[in-house]
Design a protein around this ligand. Structure first.
Ligand code: AMP
Ligand code: MG
Length: 390
């Protein structure tokens, strides 16, 4: 059985970037750039006023005749004398002759002229050509996630399309004869299916919004068939349940039948020990334990990293922090623990229920507290590593 760090390294080494595609900037939110973008223009493309006010040639004179007007969107390059000003608005073209804009709140208007009440410093309220970015300069580096601000920045530079890594198509296969879809009546002996919806919700954090969900009974034939079909359609396949050692756990055998290469099976951790990770060509398969808390823990720790790698990100693991633990904790398992915890600015608390079958405290947890397999006891107030996940 491998350790957590080995498993993480295997996931990173075997997850390849998705193919590159061109996409309209307007639809690129959440994608990762597969190219460095250089600015095709100076931004702003001309000297702009940063204020509603008056453009003038900075001097000792405070009484100026208003000889023209420049509204945002207009272009007129009026000439100016030292005792003249142009009425100007935010974003408007500043005539080449002017070097300063006084804001309208600092002038008194009398007929066709103004008196400057408070002479501003020279060049104030002028946005210079190329002040934000010059033509040819780097706009965004390769591997940057495209945020809403980035969409605006790119569009503002007149960029229509960018090259990004495609998003992986994800299929979720849910196994278990005991599972009933929510909304249906719950017969004796059955439980509601919750892993598929939970994993689909968790996928949204990396912008994967439409995984396709398949439900399959605990039968080798049916499981092998659905895996075969998913291998032709999806880049990443998540399988829930059926990966343990029970007589009705058929996932492992079904994967072998389909030629999925095992990269690891079972990790020295709790919860989530029976995680299987495999691949066929560039398709990745995670067979997650059915217990809901195990399933989600494996998703956060391993599946997310694989997805981020496929999406083109370079930082693929959830960031770690440290906090003082509020009470002593003993690890008698010899396994790495991913405890459900709640951290504040000051400390972190281990939540009450740590059962891999239960989501009751996971639902209010905001982090894992990781306890390494070789650490047996932690004293109250000792620093521990936490992995925030919300
Ligand atoms: P398994 O890994 O298939 O042996 O399942 C382990 C435990 O998780 C069993 O108690 C299952 O009933 C439960 N379980 C498996 N799949 C799901 C699911 N999709 N939703 C809720 N519970 C599940
Ligand atoms: Mg099962």
């Amino acid at each position: 059985m491998i350790q957590v760090d080995q498993a993480l390294a295997i996931v990173a080494a075997n997850s390849s970037k998705m193919p590159v595609k061109k996409i309209k900037v307007a639809k690129a939110l959440g994608y990762v750039l597969a190219e460095t973008i250089y600015s095709p223009i100076d931004m702003p493309p001309f000297r702009q006023s940063a204020m509603d006010g008056y453009a003038f040639i900075h001097s000792d004179l405070t009484s100026l005749a208003v000889v023209g007007i420049s509204q945002a969107g207009d272009y007129s390059n009026s000439t100016l004398e030292k005792n003249e000003a142009i009425r100007i608005y935010t974003g408007a073209y500043i005539p080449d002759a002017a070097d300063t804009v006084v804001m309208q709140e600092h002038v008194t208007v009398k007929g066709g002229s103004i008196t400057i009440d408070k002479v501003p410093p020279v060049t104030i309220n002028v946005r210079n050509k190329g002040e934000q970015i010059e033509k040819g300069a780097v706009v965004l580096e390769k591997n940057t996630v495209i945020s809403a601000a980035a969409v605006g920045f790119l569009a503002g530079l007149g960029i229509v399309t960018v090259k990004v890594y495609s998003k992986p198509k994800v299929g979720i296969i849910v196994t278990g004869n005991e599972l009933v879809a929510v909304g249906k009546k719950l017969p004796k002996g059955k439980i509601y299916e919750s892993n598929a919806v939970m994993l689909a919700a968790a996928l949204k954090s990396v912008g994967i919004n439409k995984p396709v969900i398949f439900k399959v009974k605990d039968s080798l034939k049916a499981t092998a068939k659905v895996i075969e079909s998913c291998l032709t359609q999806f880049d990443v396949i998540l399988i829930s349940g059926g990966i343990s050692v029970g007589d009705y756990d058929f996932v492992k055998e079904a994967l072998v039948q389909n030629g999925v290469e095992e990269l690891f099976y079972k990790i020295n951790q709790k919860p989530g020990k029976p995680l299987f990770f495999g691949k066929k060509e560039d398709k990745l398969v995670f067979a997650l334990p059915g217990n809901p808390a195990s399933s989600l823990t494996c998703f956060y720790v391993y599946v997310l990293a694989a997805l981020k790698k496929r999406l083109g990100l370079t930082n693929i693991h959830l960031p770690k922090m440290s906090r003082k633990i509020s009470a002593a904790y003993n690890n008698t398992t010899g396994k790495t623990l991913f405890l459900k915890g709640f951290y504040s600015d000051h400390d972190v608390r281990v939540l009450e229920s740590q059962s891999s079958a239960m989501l009751n405290t996971f639902s209010t947890a905001n982090c894992f507290i990781t306890i390494p397999n070789d650490v047996t006891a932690i004293a109250a107030n000792e620093e521990v590593t936490i992995i925030p996940f919300n």
